[in-house]
Design a binder for this molecule. Structure first.
Ligand code: HEM
Length: 492
């Protein structure tokens, strides 16, 4: 009679055999239509099991606190080819993980279009930039990016950002505030700024309701599109409904005021979108305007808040960096002529070390760790085929954590940016090409203004300094950085 040991061996062999058969069958089902010649040119990798593909490995890596282990496992198994194939978010997908390959894909608008997963498209909106055709994207981008970027636009917003930051820090450090969730509060602050730019003033209750809905929305954006109670996507769809209804209310008021001939004195982004006409005189409908606003209000506060929080933490945890950054701020304050009122955009451009701290935070934290595209034609990258119709994921995180690009990548080291200008494709916190983040300068300005005030007058004491980090949807301490903000000196 066979003992339990033998049965265990038989079961293990069977499991391995079944696993191999299922993987092969799934690979065949997904790839056979390419034909033998094209299949032979695919990058290394496999389709894994049906339905889940590489999703379990991806989620496991991110949820177990070692996000880099996901792409590392491809490099270990298949070598440093820079591109791999996998099955993710229900689609055959090419993972692009090194600088040259990322640059090649990001600059090729002829063969590569955007290709966000279904969850993101449904939540951010089918009429936002996420799916708009190339020409429409170019037109709407031009219309919406100009008013938030460039010297003149940023100068207009600087005063409001500066006042908001100064007032917020005073409030956080008051006796009454006590301990705060630093990240949650930071999100509220960056949200207030982006709402001001896009919708002018909204009352506090509207703002709070909108911001809360965004938190739920974001959990769904990078999740699987499973619309069942208990799943992130289900909750996120409800949040989107709320956002649509609030924005529709504001839009109705604007249209009604316009119809009565009451033009508004301050033009904001909503007014601009209402007025916009294409070359055939066509205007945007409500759905388009709302989807564009949902996208901008989301993109415009979430990442900036996380980066501002992490930069503050890194500075606070590294006293020598803090001292160096503070000395630079004091020097700049001393150099401001007495006739100048407040700090100017030119002063921010002089903050070299602070800029290095922010760049290193962007590299190290990888708030947008991956971006999504789709091949519209067969295209070759690093000598491998990306077949037409396949999804493409650009792994910005892997580029920033590549030891061949950034020596000792897991060390937070702002000085690595001193006198260094990154080769194209090696620094992608804001992406590259036609989809480059249109809010990059605004984000850096907001973060700089915050750090400027913080360095000059405050300190942060965390309640749980070694709190665990959660990496999805964005890296953050699980306690949302519970902390006390204390005023240590009057700003100069
Ligand atoms: C630290 C802050 C920020 C980071 C790290 C960041 C990162 C990014 C990245 C990586 C992309 C490109 C995604 C791709 O490759 O497809 C992007 C796109 C975008 N970002 Fe940002 N962003 C930040 C702040 C902002 C702000 C403040 C705004 C708005 C004012 C904004 C609005 C957008 C929009 C609308 C897009 C889509 C652009 C398009 O598809 O044409 N972002 N962002």
């Amino acid at each position: 009679m066979a003992g339990p040991g033998l049965w265990a061996v038989v079961a293990a062999v069977l499991a391995v055999a079944i696993d191999a058969i299922v993987r092969r069958a799934h690979g065949w089902a997904r790839e056979s239509s390419l034909g033998a010649r094209r299949r032979a040119r695919l990058p290394p990798g496999d389709m894994g099991w049906p339905v889940v593909g590489a999703m379990w490995a991806f989620l496991w890596a991110f949820k177990s606190g070692n996000p880099d282990s996901f792409i590392d496992s491809f490099i270990r198994r298949f070598g440093r080819t820079g591109v791999y194939r996998a099955f993710m978010f229900s689609s055959p997908t090419i993972l692009v993980v090194n600088p040259d390959a990322c640059k090649r894909v990001l600059m090729d608008d002829e063969s590569i279009a955007e290709g966000w997963p279904r969850a993101a498209v449904e939540l951010i909106g089918k009429k936002s930039f996420l799916t708009s055709p190339r020409e429409e994207h170019r037109r709407l981008r031009k219309l919406t990016a100009a008013p938030i970027n460039g010297f003149d636009a940023l100068s207009t917003y600087l005063g409001f950002i500066d006042r908001t930051v100064a007032e917020t820090l005073r409030r956080w450090s008051s006796e009454a505030a006590g301990e705060i969730e630093f990240l949650t509060e930071m999100r509220r602050m960056t949200f207030k700024i982006i709402v001001q730019i896009f919708l002018t003033a909204a009352d506090d209750a509207t703002m709070l309701a909108l911001e809360r809905s965004y938190t739920d929305l974001n959990y769904g954006v990078r999740a699987m599109a499973i619309n069942l109670p208990g799943f992130a996507f289900h909750k996120a769809l409800k949040a989107r409904k709320k956002l649509v209804s609030v924005l529709q209310g504001v839009l109705n008021e604007r249209r009604a005021a316009g119809a009565k001939g009451h033009p508004r004195s301050d033009t904001d982004m909503m007014d601009r979108l209402i007025e916009a006409e294409d070359e055939h005189g066509r205007r945007l409908d409500d759905e388009e305007i709302i989807d564009i606003l949902i996208m901008y209000l989301n993109a415009g506060h979430e990442s900036s808040a996380h980066i501002a929080m992490w930069a503050t933490l890194f500075l606070q945890e590294n006293p020598e960096m803090f001292a160096k950054a503070k000395a630079e701020q004091e020097e700049i304050i001393r150099s401001i002529p007495p006739t100048q009122k407040g700090i100017s955009l030119r002063d921010f451009r002089k903050m070299e070390y602070l800029s290095q701290v922010i760049d290193e935070t962007l590299r190290f934290v990888n708030i947008s760790f991956v971006s999504f595209r789709e091949a519209t034609k067969d295209v070759f990258v690093n000598g491998y085929l990306i077949p037409k119709g396949w999804k493409v994921q650009l792994w910005y995180r892997s580029v920033h954590m590549d030891p061949e690009v950034y020596p000792d990548p897991k060390k937070f080291n702002p000085s690595r940016w001193e006198g260094y200008s990154a080769r194209a494709g090696t620094f992608l916190p804001f992406g590259l090409g036609t989809r480059l983040c249109p809010g990059n300068d605004l984000a850096k300005l907001e973060i700089s203004v915050f750090l400027h005030h913080f360095l000059l007058g405050y300190k942060l004491t965390r309640t749980n300094p070694s709190c665990r980090i959660r990496y999805l949807p964005h890296p953050r301490p699980v306690d949302n950085c519970l902390a006390k903000i204390t005023k240590v000196s009057d700003e100069q």
